[in-house]
Structures are given as structure tokens and as C-alpha cells.
Design a protein around this ligand. Structure first.
Ligand code: ADP
Ligand code: MG
Length: 502
């Protein structure tokens, strides 16, 4: 006999004593109809809204519509194998996802199942996908910046931690790229990034993941993918799941950035599910609650008060427009829910002005106050100069080259436009941005032809690293520029501007 067998026997006896033996009642429903990712189920009277239901074949779904005699159940797995007449049982729990550090560096589906071929997630906890947003007294003002590394955002449309900013534009105008670049820039910050792909093409998701892996700090990113071929239910829960995963960090006093790519696809899925569960359609055939669904989702982005740990969750939802129509139902909804929008313009994109931010239609209502003071001071005149230039340009397009002040404004404006161009996946540091703005303001770029401005902008980061590394470092650490540092920086900029073009 083994020495520890008495303990083993005692434990087994104890387990037997508490085991429930005998008959157990369980509610079982039946599938009445199945199709397109939705099952209509009868015979389950005690099911709650959002409760997970399990089918005989092991597939799961959740109760979305509770009618007196029928439940509209949205499947989270492929519908293959579910047939009319199958048994269905309630599970007593709502849809939840794994959260925790173990998700970092992983590509998963909205239920936390690995898509990267890695180990299953060892989750710290399971949390519901639909959690209430923090109350007003739990929140605080947005005071810290999100450095996106994209010059046009950081100068003209600065974002703050806790803000919700919509990225909106036509198909293929650089929406995903802009959001991914903001995530790449977080390789130097303490922000956790969550990228949620809803109904996107596999190739687009692949590109985003590659960009994050090559340029960003992927070990601090989570990628949640519900592809266009996945069950509509899985696509529908994806943004909520991503929020829950990010909230874990927010609630521990950390900072997270969530990109939802995109809510137009999500709204289409919402409409599809509503029609399949026989809810009445409203404007553009969307059910009336689509506004509520998105508002409730984005309300979870917040800067928490010190009492709640001071964490933050910043959201960059994306929406796709048709022929630039911002007044369609979903874009107007989202514009009114968020704290501003970055509008990308297809015309600008095709002219090669990338990122194709429409400066006139874009706005950030919160982040300006959080801008680093040096950047803020330098960005103020830029906004005015650029806006005046865009207006003047329209009037002078067909006329002769004007003289005097107007010509100076046009010269400056063209150089601002060139400086605002930025290749993808190449975020600037704060020092690069400050240097570019100072060079513009001091008029260093005015004598250069526009093509040389482009060379200047490309050479700048390397030039700063070799000539004034101490300034770059000081700006990264303190976000401020003293007199001596400013002098050194200006001297370095002059040398670069006067250097003969290569
Ligand atoms: N700043 C940029 N510089 C160069 N190419 C860009 C830039 N932004 C986007 N692109 C390219 O434009 C194409 C469309 O961008 P994408 O972000 O996928 O658009 P969307 O998400 O709006 O459909 C991609 O091939 C991308 O590489
Ligand atoms: Mg895209």
C-alpha cells in the first residue's frame, strides 16, 4: 500500500459525500429554425438576455431576443451541424472572455481562442463582454496626451488618454494605416494596444499584424480578429470583447488604446442579426438600437479618477463612408458619440497627400489641452497659416502668381503641406515633430523648393540623432525645451536646411 493512500481515500470519501446523486432537472429547448447564424429556439422559458446557450453538438450562442414563446439565439460558432429539432440548454452565464496579461502578444478570436497557432490562453479571469461604463464620479479629466507619432494628428488634432476619436473615410483612404501607426508609436510608451478587426479582409488584417510585429512592440499588443467569414455573432461581439480585454488594464491603473476596425461593418452585422431575429428596421434598415449599441460600447473609453487608479482607455473607432458621405446614418451616429473625428479624404489620398486628413472637417474636441507645451506653442500658428493657405490656394489656382504677403503665405502653406506628408509605419518622436514645426516657423524651409522640403523631412530624424541627441532625449523625458536646447536645435536645423540636396 502507498504511504499516502489514506489521505487519498479520505479525499475521495469527502467528494462522494458532497456529490449530488439522483435525478436533476434541466431545461431543454429545441431548435425551431436555423439559418444565417441565428437559431430560433423554443421551450426555454428561464433564459436571460445575453445568456449563453449550448447546442447538442457543442456549439454555443447567446440569447439576443426573448419573445414569450421563442428565443432568438445568435450563434458564436459556425452553424454547420446545428439542425432543426436539436436540443438546446441554457448555461446560466453571460458571454464572457478571458482577460489578463496572458493575452499580450497574441492573435485571438473574440472568445479568446488562439488564432496564431500558440498555446491556449491561460486567463486571469473571465469577464462579461458587456460591462457598464464608468460612472461620472469615477472619471477624471483627460489630461495626458496620446503621442501618435503622426504629425498632422499630434499638431492639429491632438488626442488625449481616455478620448474617443473616430477615424472616418472612404474605402482605401488609409484609415487602418493611420490607426495602426498610432499603435506602432506606442512602442516607446506605456500604453497597451488592442486592435479589433471586425469583418475585415484577411489580407488587410495580415498587413496590420505584420506592421505591428515589424514596427511596434507586439509583446504589448492584443489582436482580436473576427473575419468576414466568421459567424455574424462572433463579429458582433468582437468590439465588446476587445473593450473588456482593454478594461482589464484600465482598471489596474494602466493605459490602453483600442482600435475598432470598423464599426460600419459592425453596424451591418447588427442590422443583419436584427433582421434575422425579426426586429423592426428603422432608418437605412438599421434597427433603432444601433445608436445605443455603439454609444454603450464607446462610453467605456474613459480616464479614471485617482480613486479608481487613474488608468485610461482611449478608443479609436473606424467607420467607412461611401463617396465621402459623412451624413449617412452610421457616420453621423458615430460622429455624435465620439469626441471628434479624423476625416480622411479620397481626393487628397489620390493626389498623394498621405495621411489624407481633411483639415477642415476633422476635429479633436478634447486632446488639445493635453498637448506637450512645446508642441502646442509651435502648433498654434501652423493651424492658422495652413487654413489661410488652403483658402487662398483656391482663389489663386487659375490666376498669376500673386505678390507680397499673399505669395509668402502660399509659399509657407505649400511647405506646411509637404511637411504634413508622412510615409506609413514611420512614426515621429516628439523631438522630430517639434523640430519640423520650429523649422517651418522660423522660415527655414521657405527658400527651399518643395521637393527639397520632402528630403529635409526624411533626413530630419537621423540628423537630430547625430547632431543633437541630448535634445532628443530631453524632449522625450521632459517634453520641454530650454533656451540652450532650443538654440542647439535651431542651429542643427539651419545646417540641415542649408545643406546641399543629396
Ligand atoms: N501614409 C501613407 N503613406 C503611404 N501609403 C499609405 C499611407 N497610408 C495608407 N497607405 C496605403 O494605402 C492603402 C490603403 O490603406 P488602408 O489603411 O488599408 O485603407 P483603409 O483602411 O481606409 O481601407 C494601403 O496599401 C496602404 O499601405
Ligand atoms: Mg481598413
Amino acid at each position: 500500500m502507498l504511504p499516502d493512500s489514506p489521505a487519498w481515500i479520505a479525499a475521495t470519501r469527502a467528494a462522494l459525500d458532497t456529490a449530488e446523486l439522483g435525478p436533476r432537472a434541466e431545461h431543454r429547448g429545441r431548435v425551431e429554425e436555423i439559418g444565417d447564424g441565428v437559431a430560433l429556439v423554443s421551450g426555454l422559458r428561464d433564459v436571460r438576455l445575453d445568456e449563453v446557450l449550448q447546442f447538442a453538438g457543442g456549439q454555443v450562442g447567446f440569447a439576443r431576443v426573448l419573445d414569450p414563446d421563442r428565443i432568438g439565439c445568435v450563434l458564436l460558432d459556425a452553424a454547420t451541424g446545428v439542425a432543426a429539432g436539436d436540443a438546446v440548454a441554457g448555461t446560466g452565464r453571460v458571454v464572457s472572455v478571458p482577460v489578463g496579461e496572458a493575452l499580450l502578444g497574441r492573435v485571438i478570436d473574440p472568445l479568446g481562442r488562439p488564432l496564431d497557432g500558440g498555446e491556449p490562453i491561460a486567463a486571469e479571469a473571465q469577464l462579461p463582454i458587456d460591462r457598464p461604463a464608468p460612472a461620472i464620479i469615477e472619471r477624471d479629466l483627460v489630461v495626458e496626451p496620446v503621442q501618435t507619432g503622426v504629425l498632422v494628428l499630434d499638431t492639429l488634432f491632438a488626442l488625449g488618454r481616455g478620448q474617443r476619436e473616430l477615424i472616418v473615410g472612404d474605402h482605401s483612404t488609409g484609415k487602418t494605416t493611420l490607426a495602426v501607426d498610432a499603435m506602432i508609436a506606442q512602442r516607446d510608451s506605456d500604453m497597451i494596444c488592442v486592435y479589433v478587426a471586425v469583418g475585415q479582409k484577411t489580407s488587410s488584417v495580415r498587413r496590420a499584424i505584420d506592421a505591428l510585429q515589424n514596427g511596434g512592440n507586439f509583446a504589448r499588443c492584443i489582436v482580436v480578429v473576427a473575419g468576414s467569414a466568421d459567424a455574424p455573432g462572433l463579429q458582433w461581439i468582437a468590439p465588446y470583447a476587445g473593450m473588456t480585454m482593454a478594461e482589464y488594464f484600465r482598471d489596474r491603473g494602466q493605459h490602453a488604446l483600442v482600435v475598432i476596425d470598423d464599426l460600419s461593418k459592425h453596424a451591418a452585422t447588427h442590422r443583419e442579426l436584427a433582421l434575422l431575429t425579426r426586429q423592426s428596421p428603422g432608418r437605412e434598415a438599421y434597427p433603432g438600437d444601433v445608436f445605443y449599441a455603439h454609444a454603450r460600447l464607446l462610453e467605456r473609453a474613459a480616464r479614471l479618477s485617482e480613486a479608481r487608479g487613474g488608468g485610461s482607455l482611449t478608443a479609436l473607432p473606424i467607420a467607412e463612408t461611401d463617396a465621402g458621405n459623412l451624413s449617412a446614418y452610421i457616420p453621423t451616429n458615430l460622429i455624435s458619440i465620439t469626441d471628434g473625428q479624423i476625416v480622411l479624404n479620397a481626393g487628397l489620398f489620390h493626389q498623394g497627400q498621405k495621411p489624407a486628413v481633411d483639415v477642415g472637417l476633422s476635429v479633436s474636441r478634447v486632446g488639445g489641452k493635453t498637448q506637450a507645451p512645446v508642441l502646442r506653442k509651435a502648433a498654434g500658428p501652423l493651424r492658422l497659416d495652413y487654413a489661410q493657405f488652403l483658402e487662398l490656394e483656391v482663389f489663386t489656382r487659375f490666376g498669376a502668381m500673386p505678390e507680397g504677403r499673399v505669395r509668402d503665405q502660399l509659399t509657407r502653406g505649400a511647405r506646411i503641406r509637404e511637411v504634413l506628408r508622412q510615409p506609413q509605419h514611420a512614426p515621429y518622436r516628439l523631438a522630430d515633430e517639434v523640430a519640423l514645426l520650429l523649422a517651418l516657423q522660423a522660415g527655414l524651409l521657405d527658400p527651399l523648393p518643395v521637393r527639397a522640403v520632402s528630403a529635409f523631412r526624411q533626413a530630419l530624424p537621423g540628423h537630430l540623432d547625430t547632431e543633437v541627441p541630448q535634445v532628443v532625449q530631453a524632449l522625450a523625458e521632459t517634453g520641454a525645451l530650454d533656451e540652450a536646447a532650443r538654440g542647439a536645435l535651431m542651429a542643427a536645423l539651419k545646417r540641415l536646411a542649408e545643406a546641399p540636396a543629396p
